[in-house]
Design a protein around this ligand. Structure first.
Ligand SMILES: *[C@@H]1O[C@H](CO)[C@@H](O)[C@H](O)[C@H]1NC(C)=O
Ligand SMILES: *[C@@H]1O[C@H](CO)[C@@H](O)[C@H](O)[C@H]1NC(C)=O
Ligand SMILES: *[C@@H]1O[C@H](CO)[C@@H](O)[C@H](O)[C@H]1NC(C)=O
Ligand SMILES: *[C@@H]1O[C@H](CO)[C@@H](O)[C@H](O)[C@H]1NC(C)=O
Length: 338
């Protein structure tokens, strides 16, 4: 009893908590109210804090988004893009050191002839190719810069065609996607008035947009059929093969298409030779084109195994019938000499 009284007097004086726990709590209902009020107050404050924090976060997010949106528009790799003054300084200072940073191809090399061999896989809409480009060197350079967009370039080799033929040592080769180019850096300079040959192998998808080398489908007698066709004008040849994809670089082209024998193929020129492998693959070699720009090159791989469509009017005309749906370019007709 003495201890209780002591604790009541001194305990309360010393510490409320001590007092509460021992004696006071059951006797003072108003203290409960106080505790409740504190709880409610704390709850209210925390809710208020939550609301304020959320509001601040939302405001920040919105302003951050605004900042991010505008800054991402300005993100431009060095030496290219919208900042003209930087572009020009890039051309002056870095132009010769890093010619791939320019928007236009360097003028030191001029393509003369392209040998293109493409294997077209219609079952998975991919193709693999070998491009062999004969070049003329106008100005000494260590760099070959040519267009390639979305192509997975695998092997690259450069040969000197003149007096001392042989492979040129390649320092490195790499993509510079910002300008849609592939760059081959050589150990030694290529010399003016000599010719060179680049051999490249590459793979890519047959796109499903109506650019480059793309696939499309159409219905024939209620059956879905597929065709793969090209639309290179104005700057989409680079999506199908590595090339100097500016109109000024005119060259001749020899196209060879390899595909499943259930498909036919056409290109700018008539078929020069055609061969059927044991594995059911057809190789069509088309004759060399006249000298022309890359965007005039065209080919198509189509399924015309159904003979009825051809009997009335022949292969070309039946192809033309389908082509209304295939979005062939006008270049295709003009170069087909139909
Ligand atoms: C371009 O870049 C330079 C410096 O690199 C800068 O001074 C100039 O303001 C920029 N111009 C534009 C239009 O962004
Ligand atoms: C597509 O098919 C060809 C031939 O079967 C194959 O070599 C190639 O790897 C395939 N590509 C993909 C992306 O599966
Ligand atoms: C480069 O490719 C072409 C065409 O595919 C081929 O005829 C030629 O032999 C190749 N060059 C070398 C040196 O392998
Ligand atoms: C490049 O070569 C041509 C002739 O082939 C010449 O007229 C021109 O001055 C050369 N340019 C440079 C930068 O050397």
């Amino acid at each position: 009893m003495g201890i209780e009284e002591l604790s009541v007097r001194n305990g309360r004086a010393v510490s409320d908590r001590w007092a509460d726990s021992v004696v006071v709590r059951p006797r003072t209902p108003e203290r409960h109210v106080t505790v409740h009020q504190r709880l409610v107050l704390a709850f209210a404050v925390s809710i208020l804090t939550l609301v304020v924090v959320t509001a601040v976060a939302v405001t920040l997010a919105v302003s951050f988004e605004k900042c991010g949106g505008s800054s991402s528009e300005n993100v431009v790799p060095p030496g290219t893009g919208s900042n003209q003054s930087r572009d020009r300084s890039g051309e002056q200072k870095g132009g010769d050191v890093q010619p791939w940073r320019r928007l236009r191809l360097p003028t030191a090399l001029r393509p003369r002839h392209y040998d293109l061999q493409l294997s077209v896989y219609m079952h998975n809409f991919t193709f693999s190719g070998e491009a062999s480009i004969e070049l003329e060197c106008l100005n000494a350079t260590k760099f070959i810069v040519l267009h390639a967009d979305g192509l997975h370039v695998e092997k690259v080799a450069v040969y000197s065609d003149s007096k001392k033929p042989g492979a040129m040592r390649i320092h490195r080769h790499f993509r510079y996607p910002h300008n849609q180019v592939h760059v081959i850096a050589l150990h030694r300079e290529m010399k003016p008035l000599r010719t060179y040959r680049i051999n490249m192998t590459f793979q890519a998808q047959i796109q499903n947009q109506l650019l480059g080398f793309f696939h499309t489908s159409y219905a024939l007698h209620g059956e879905r059929r597929y065709a793969a066709v090209t639309q290179f004008s104005p700057t989409h040849a680079r999506k199908a093969f590595p090339c100097f994809d500016e109109p000024v670089y005119k060259a001749t082209f020899s196209v060879t298409l390899r595909h499943d024998a259930s498909y036919q193929s056409v290109s700018n020129m008539p078929i020069e030779s055609s061969g059927l492998d044991e594995d059911g693959w057809l190789t069509n070699r088309f004759s060399r084109t006249p000298r022309m720009s890359t965007y005039y090159v065209s080919w198509a791989v189509c399924d015309f195994s159904s003979r009825e469509t051809m009997t009335h009017s022949g292969v070309m005309v039946s192809l033309t019938h389908s082509s209304v749906k295939l979005h062939y370019s006008t270049d295709f007709y003009s170069t087909l000499h139909l």
